[in-house]
Design a binder for this molecule. Structure first.
Ligand SMILES: Nc1nc2c(c(=O)[nH]1)N[C@H]1C(S)=C(S)[C@@H](COP(=O)(O)OP(=O)(O)OC[C@H]3O[C@@H](n4cnc5c(=O)[nH]c(N)nc54)[C@H](O)[C@@H]3O)O[C@H]1N2
Ligand SMILES: Nc1nc2c(c(=O)[nH]1)N[C@H]1C(S)=C(S)[C@@H](COP(=O)(O)OP(=O)(O)OC[C@H]3O[C@@H](n4cnc5c(=O)[nH]c(N)nc54)[C@H](O)[C@@H]3O)O[C@H]1N2
Ligand code: SF4
Ligand SMILES: [Mo]
Length: 869
């Protein structure tokens, strides 16, 4: 199993988070402590890390970990827990057939884990019902690739970015979600390449771009078809390439031409015609184009068509299979790609093979399995719907949190409650899924597990263990194979180590392949255990399509006719459109990034971003609370005015859960509507409304001790150095909250005129907790009070920061050097700073991981316009 390293040893591994797949050199410095550095030799990042990677060390503690199996609410042995999972799955299969059971897995499993899960479900249980959270993430890109290329192959690598003259980012907040790729893009732009961003919001990714098209959401096909029609008129279509390598369906060009004149496109996309023309000109002038896309394209009920609109453009202009020219679907999770390789989606069988009879026979032969899934299984949204209808009798969730991340998460919770048996493998003890679990299985997490991941550019890298598995935690592959053995197939699940699985996976990829599938790890089938341990990163597929050949039966790619769907008019009761997405320093449901005090500082609460004019019309206050409702559900958010929002569109983050807050529950809001080809939900566009909420009092609570989230209208938990901070708002009194404060000597102060009440709890003269509330007054600075936690303190502390205490630096912009907004603004003014580099030279801000450089660029921009206007 995993090989923990002695203290002081350096281990090369990969980051736990996004699909950029950065290499890390980790040095173990203690029992659960590690020093993190970027790996200068790793091709994905060449030594750089973003804020999340840099602060991985803050998330490796054992706080909140699930450390032993649990049946119901009681600790159980591994034997009992595994036997129970095997028994309940066998029972359901015996009584209701193989399609009555399902696995719901994740792009955060390692390839080896994923392979074993897929083999167990499709080859031995005999159902296609294994789907993954990648359904919510990448499945439109997968479906688009298969339609155009015949196989799910991403025809790009990061090196293409270094060679491109034009980089187009469509529906991608790269600066926040793929920061190291973004830094590479910026470096290329500094060398003269042009950058175009296509996103309804003005995100930090747009700072310094040559052009930002704030298109109407869902109008991407009109835009891409418009550009393609323009290319045809301007003679930019590569007829020779089409003749040699691409099938063009009859009537294709007529479809593209329809409604594609400049004015019509500008009207549909709601962008100025002059900007559109500029986009066309940039495209015409720069053949070496990389179009990078992610969730703004994929997470739509027309996601697959949107993907194909982009692929059409690249195929028709021959901008593919050449250095610096490619469509580039960038992946989200660290191993989204590995999951696609093993066939972890319900819609594929295994190893880039679908359910065609010859593939089923081939895979069954390879596995020597008693059965093989006859057809594709239920895709995530259909799976949970079937569960709600009572058709799924046993479910196993691994490394994902569907009670938060599925659309219409309220209905998903009801479905989970209805499922007769739910097993969950997770690293964390309490997630929003926990209440539905009959069995909980403790998995090893990042830094404890060993195996491989594949990043966005088909680069396979090793994740390596640093620490011994804590408590009784076990690797996911081990847990799955133990269940497989107990279900009656001991010889087929006899793996002793990840390398055994990797070799089998490589063999299947090469099995009777004969060049029909580009995914082929044939040269790894005989890798020894020691070589697997030291295996350097490698890319499969080489430079795909460089020879103009595609993995289709006739060797040719296909243009796919796609047309813009009619865009719905706003509904009377739901006049707003809700868009959802990510924050720079949080990862999904915050089970890990939420542990880091530094990462918590970028955004401490879940905000709803609203255009100021919409806000005025709705009576919203900047910094106040608002309820966002959709037909599916409602949740509270803190209002932030933002001119980067288009009118009638609002944006909320996906990260906050019941564990962290009473509000910010974005998952409750989206519709469970999906793309017809991929089954991917349209998370980015939900009819909604927003209304102001005005609680009677505001306050906050700091504590050194673990505490349940206080029960009031608004309570958000933030990890701070030495403890927790809760931001609070409520109606009525706060007696219930006060009653739950840690025990100790209490000192209190009242100010009846302002309706303020302050309580500090001391033990042995040291501050262990404090609660500050007010109806009409102001609240003191959190930062100084947080610094007093655990320190010797007196009643004077109830007054807040004393004069002479460190000045208020404002929200922290640079996490690495702890530089706040106010400090940066002051330095810009007093030292006449005009560039990101100058701010770096003056304050160090932005000179380490670089994740805050887009923020600094924006601050410079705002202060420049403030100075001028
Ligand atoms: N910090 C951080 N990084 C992450 C993650 C994280 O949780 N936190 N998660 C990772 C994962 S799994 C994923 S999938 C990626 C996601 O990475 P991204 O796709 O970059 O992130 P999102 O914020 O989901 O959405 C991207 C943008 O799509 C825009 N958009 C919405 N509707 C439309 C539209 O109709 N057309 C166009 N063109 N754009 C639109 C949104 O306004 C948003 O800015 O990030 C990965 N990286
Ligand atoms: N509204 C809206 N919803 C969305 C999105 C959106 O943009 N808008 N984006 C969607 C996308 S793209 C994605 S990828 C999903 C992500 O959503 P989820 O997959 O639900 O989010 P995570 O928080 O990453 O869940 C991972 C879980 O696995 C656990 N875990 C971590 N490491 C391991 C491990 O090694 N083994 C095991 N067994 N468990 C582990 C973590 O503790 C956590 O509970 O959200 C989707 N939902
Ligand atoms: S860009 Fe950041 S989060 Fe993504 S892999 Fe690299 S260091 Fe990790
Ligand atoms: Mo994702």
């Amino acid at each position: 199993m995993s090989q923990p390293r002695p203290i002081g040893d350096q281990v090369r591994t990969t980051c736990a988070y996004c699909g950029v797949g950065c290499g890390i050199v980790a040095t173990r410095t203690g029992a659960r402590a590690v020093e993190i550095k970027g790996d200068p030799e790793h091709p994905a990042n060449r030594g750089r890390l973003c804020s999340k990677g840099t602060h991985l060390g803050e998330t490796v503690g054992l706080e909140g970990r699930l450390l032993h199996p649990i049946i119901g609410k009681r600790r159980a042995s591994w034997d009992k827990a595994l036997d129970l999972v095997a028994k309940r799955f066998k029972q359901a299969i015996a009584e209701h057939g193989p399609d009555s059971v399902a696995f719901y897995v994740s792009g955060q499993l390692l390839t080896e884990d994923y392979y074993v899960a897929n083999k167990l479900m499709k080859g031995f249980i005999g159902s296609g019902n294994i789907d993954t959270n990648s359904r919510l993430c990448m499945s439109s890109a997968v479906a688009g690739h298969v339609r155009a290329f015949g196989e799910d192959v991403v025809p790009a690598s990061y090196d293409d970015l270094d060679a491109a003259d034009l980089i187009i980012l469509v529906g991608s907040n790269t600066a926040w979600c793929h920061p190291i790729v973004y830094q590479r893009i910026r470096a290329r732009c500094d060398a003269g390449a042009k950058l175009v961003v296509i996103d309804p919001r003005r995100t930090e990714t747009c700072e310094g771009a040559d052009l930002h098209l704030a298109i109407r959401p869902g109008s991407d096909v009109a835009l891409m078809n418009g550009l393609l029609a323009h290319c045809r008129e301007a003679g930019l279509v590569d007829e020779a390439y089409l003749a040699a390598s691409v099938n063009v369906p009859e009537g294709f060009w007529d479809g593209v031409g329809e409604g594609s004149d400049l004015w019509s496109v500008a009207r549909t996309c709601e962008v100025p015609a002059a900007d559109l023309r500029r986009f066309y000109e940039l495209f015409a002038a720069h053949p070496r184009t990389v179009t990078l896309f992610s969730q703004g394209i994929n997470q739509s009920i027309r996601g697959t068509d949107q993907v194909n609109a982009i692929l059409n453009l690249h195929l028709a202009t021959g901008r593919i299979g050449k250095q610096g020219a490619a469509p580039f679907s960038i992946t989200g999770q660290p191993n989204a790609m590995g999951g696609r390789e093993v066939g972890g989606l319900a819609s594929s069988l295994a190893s880039h093979m679908d359910f065609a009879p010859e593939n089923r026979a081939r895979v069954q032969r390879f596995w020597a399995s008693p059965t093989i899934a006859p057809k594709a299984g239920l895709k995530a949204v259909d799976l949970f719907r079937a569960m709600g209808e009572g058709r799924i009798k046993a479910l196993w969730i691994m490394a994902t949190n569907p009670a938060v991340s599925m659309p219409d998460a309220g209905a998903v919770r009801e479905a989970l409650a209805r499922c007769p048996f739910v097993a969950i493998s997770d690293v964390i003890a309490e997630t929003d899924c926990t209440p539905f679990a009959h069995v909980r299985l403790p998995a090893t997490g990042w830094g404890e597990k060993d195996g491989t991941v594949t990043n966005s550019e088909r680069l396979v890298s090793r994740q390596r263990a640093l620490f011994e598995a804590p408590g009784e935690a076990r690797p996911d592959w081990w847990i799955i194979k133990e269940v497989g053995r107990r279900m009656g197939w001991p010889g087929d699940f006899a793996y002793a180590r990840p390398a055994d699985i990797f070799r089998e996976h490589a063999r299947l990829s090469a099995y009777q392949n004969d060049g029909t599938r580009l995914f082929d790890l044939g040269d790894k089938v005989a890798i020894g255990n020691a070589d697997y341990q030291t295996m350097p990163p490698f890319r499969w597929g080489g430079d795909p399509f460089a020879d103009g050949r595609f993995p289709t039966p006739d060797g040719r790619a296909r243009l796919v006719a796609v047309s813009q769907m009619p865009l719905p008019a706003p509904l009377a009761n739901w006049p707003m459109t809700l868009n959802t997405g990510r924050y720079r320093d949080q990862w999904h449901t915050m089970t890990r990034t939420g542990l880091s005090p530094k990462l918590s500082r970028h955004r401490e609460e879940p905000l709803v971003e609203v255009h100021p004019e919409d806000a005025a019309a709705q009576g919203l206050e900047d910094g106040g609370l608002a309820r966002v409702s959709t037909p599916q559900g409602a949740s509270l958010f803190r209002v932030q005015f933002s001119t980067g929002q288009r009118r009638s569109e609002i944006f909320t983050p996906i990260h906050w859960t019941d564990r962290q807050s009473t509000g910010g529950r974005t998952g409750l809001l989206p519709r469970p509507l999906v793309d017809p080809h991929s089954g991917q939900p349209g998370f980015k566009s939900t009819p909604a409304k927003i209304e102001a909420v005005a609680p009677a009092w505001r306050g906050f609570l700091i504590t050194t001790e673990a505490m349940e989230r206080p029960d009031c209208l608004w309570a958000t938990r933030v990890t701070v150095p030495g403890g927790m901070l809760f931001e609070l708002e409520g109606d009525g009194d706060a007696q219930a909250i006060e009653a739950k404060l840690p025990r100790g000597e209490r000192i209190e102060s009242f100010d009846r005129a302002r309706g303020s009440h302050r309580v500090a709890v001391m033990r042995d003269g040291r501050l262990v907790a404090a609660l500050f509330r007010t109806e009409r007054g102001i609240l003191p600075r959190r930062e100084w009070l947080v610094e007093q936690l655990g320190q010797a303190a007196t009643a004077a502390l109830l007054a807040g920061a004393p004069p002479g205490a460190r000045e208020d630096r404002g929200p922290i912009i640079c996490l690495c050097f702890d530089v706040g907004l106010k400090t940066i603004v002051a330095a810009i003014g007093s030292q006449q700073l005009t560039t990101v580099e100058a701010v770096g030279a003056a304050l160090s801000a932005g000179t380490n991981c670089g994740s805050c450089r887009p923020s600094i660029r924006r601050i410079l921009e705002e202060n420049r316009s403030a100075a001028n206007g």
